[in-house]
Write a protein that binds this ligand. Structure first.
Ligand SMILES: *[C@@H]1O[C@H](CO)[C@@H](O)[C@H](O)[C@H]1NC(C)=O
Ligand SMILES: *[C@@H]1O[C@H](CO)[C@@H](O)[C@H](O)[C@H]1NC(C)=O
Ligand SMILES: *[C@@H]1O[C@H](CO)[C@@H](O)[C@H](O)[C@H]1NC(C)=O
Length: 296
């Protein structure tokens, strides 16, 4: 009898400490620290209140880190701005971790339809999950950078994409705008004809260890405001075939405006991802959308 009681007492103590231990701990240690260590474990064996307590940092922490970027005007027409430190090293790493399992051969837009496996674009890409807190922080950072370029309630940041170039991969000269505005998928369902185009591009370098002189982003028709302005701390250079070439520097972004004031695509924004010769280059594309037409 005494042994049975002992056993019950023991069981209750174990159960209580298993339950209360993490509860007490969570008040001593930051929830983020616990969350960080527990995200890789299956919590379903724990009582539901405990699960939600441990998972709560993901759902309750809605703050975004303050940006630390700076800006350099490179060209006024078309507008091209170089943005050092657009994302931090830890943000870059998290974005890479999020997207790496999702990477597939990049599609290319031809005759209004996406088709994979083109020789003009030999990289890997993945859409970034739109329910990720970090992705939304980067999108809201980009949105504030745009100022009044987007119309609130009408225009959208669009889905962000990660793109990866490994040995000998490249993306030949192309523009990011569509020659004919596109219709959003959602609108096909509701019957509402909302036409959009990509008004601007942020190309953010998340990671690069490519061989020196390879994997640059080249704009053959963009010139610096003052030609003798220097080589931008060797971040960009005047390319031998004209225009500017930007070295991939992790954390830094190139921003440019794709559309002219009347909504027509600006052919001078043509650019190429030059072949990567050894190493790896991972970037993030953000293509804010402006909507046109009577149903915009
Ligand atoms: C977690 O464990 C439960 C029960 O053992 C199982 O049903 C569930 O699929 C698991 N979840 C994941 C993400 O592995
Ligand atoms: C828009 O403006 C450009 C440059 O001024 C011009 O070349 C083009 O024809 C215009 N497009 C339309 C549709 O008006
Ligand atoms: C470049 O970085 C990737 C990922 O960190 C690594 O796997 C690869 O070995 C590196 N390559 C070179 C040439 O440094």
């Amino acid at each position: 009898m005494a042994r049975a009681l002992d056993l019950i007492t023991f069981s209750v103590t174990v159960a209580l400490s298993a339950y209360l231990g993490p509860v007490l701990l969570s008040h001593l240690i930051s929830k983020d620290v616990i969350h960080h260590h527990l995200t890789n474990f299956n919590l379903s064996f724990l009582p539901t209140p405990l699960q939600s307590l441990l998972q709560s940092p993901q759902t309750t922490d809605k703050t975004c880190p303050k940006h630390t970027y700076t800006t350099h005007l490179i060209s006024l027409d078309p507008l091209l701005i170089y943005i050092p430190n657009f994302v931090s090293q830890s943000e870059s790493q998290s974005l890479i971790d999020l997207s790496t399992p999702l990477l597939e051969p990049s599609p290319i837009v031809s005759r209004g339809a996406d088709s994979a496996g083109s020789q003009a674009r030999t990289s890997w890409s993945a859409p970034l999950p739109s329910d990720s807190h970090l992705v939304n922080c980067i999108l809201s950072r980009s949105s504030s950078f745009l100022g009044t370029l987007l119309s609130p309630g009408r225009d959208e940041m669009g889905p962000a994409q990660v793109v990866r170039y490994t040995d000998s991969q490249k993306f030949d000269l192309h523009t990011d705008w569509f020659s004919r505005p596109r219709i959003t998928d959602e609108d096909r369902e509701t019957g509402r004809r909302r036409l959009y185009n990509r008004v601007a591009t942020f190309f953010v370098v998340l990671q690069s260890n490519v061989t020196e002189g390879s994997g640059e982003t080249w704009f053959p028709k963009v010139r610096p405001i003052t030609p003798q302005a220097g080589e931008g701390d060797e971040v960009w250079r005047e390319h031998e075939d004209g225009g500017l070439a930007f070295r991939p520097v992790p954390g830094n972004a190139i921003f440019w405006v794709n559309l002219l004031a009347n909504g027509t695509g600006d052919a001078r924004t043509a650019h190429a991802g030059l072949p990567v010769k050894g190493g790896i280059k991972t970037g993030m594309n953000i293509w804010p959308r402006v909507f046109f037409g009577p149903d915009a």
